[in-house]
Structure formats: C-alpha cells, structure tokens
Design a protein around this ligand. Structure first.
Ligand SMILES: [Zn+2]
Length: 130
C-alpha cells in the first residue's frame, strides 16, 4: 500500500495537477475516497484499468500501451515523463520522489507548487487578478 495518496498509480503527482490546484473546484486526487474527482481523471484509461495494482510498475504488462500513450502525451504537452516518474518511485521511493518534485516545481516567485499543465503559476496569476 502506498503511503502517499497524492501520487496516482500512473506516476502523475496529483499536487502538480491543475485540477488539484483549482481553488473553486478542487479535485482531491486520483486515489481519494472522498470529494469529487475530476471527470477527465475518472475517465482515464489508467483509472479504469482492472489490474488494480498500487502503481503501474507492479503490473505484469508494464508499461502497457495505454500507459505509453499517456506518457507520450505528457512528454509532448507538459515536458514530463510519467514513465520516468514511475522509475524514480520504484527505485528511490515515494518520499524521495515528492522531494525531487517539490524542488523542481516550486514557483520561484510565491513558493507554492506550480502545475505541470500550464506554463505559468496558478497562484501568482490569481494574485495578479486581485
Ligand atoms: Zn507563483
């Protein structure tokens, strides 16, 4: 069992997701048992996978076609490899993964976590709107 619930089975760090950072309609994260999980997350092929492993790398079919597709999308659109994330978690553990992610994605201006989905910081942008 994973101790850190904000890392999705596919290796995406939910705290870096724009849905998780959304103040108005905050998504609780893919593994959450409470709250309303974003539809796009619920409908994703990995969420609907019936293998039910804690992380995708525990699966016999790892890396499967769906996961490789998702990885390609993330590399192209958001410059992040979820396969690399999964390898990192497998080799160094969840705690170390979170530490390295925090280092990489902390906003230099406000100190909060940036999202991988946008090339700007959601928090700083909201500040500017006030
Ligand atoms: Zn910021």
């Amino acid at each position: 069992m994973g101790s850190i619930t904000t890392i999705a089975p596919c290796g995406i760090n939910c705290t870096l997701c724009h849905a998780f950072q959304d103040v108005k309609k905050k998504c609780p994260g893919c593994r959450s048992k409470i709250g309303v999980i974003r539809k796009s997350c619920l409908n994703c092929a990995i969420s609907n996978c019936d293998k039910k492993t804690n992380y995708c790398f525990e699966c016999m079919e790892y890396p499967c076609k769906q996961l490789k597709y998702l990885d390609k999308q993330y590399q192209l659109r958001y410059k992040m490899s979820i396969l690399e994330n999964l390898d990192y978690i497998r080799q160094k553990g969840e705690e170390a993964f979170i530490v390295s992610q925090n280092e990489k994605y902390t906003c230099p201006d406000c100190g909060k976590l940036r999202t991988v989905h946008y090339d700007y910081c959601i928090y700083c942008k909201q500040e500017k709107k006030k």
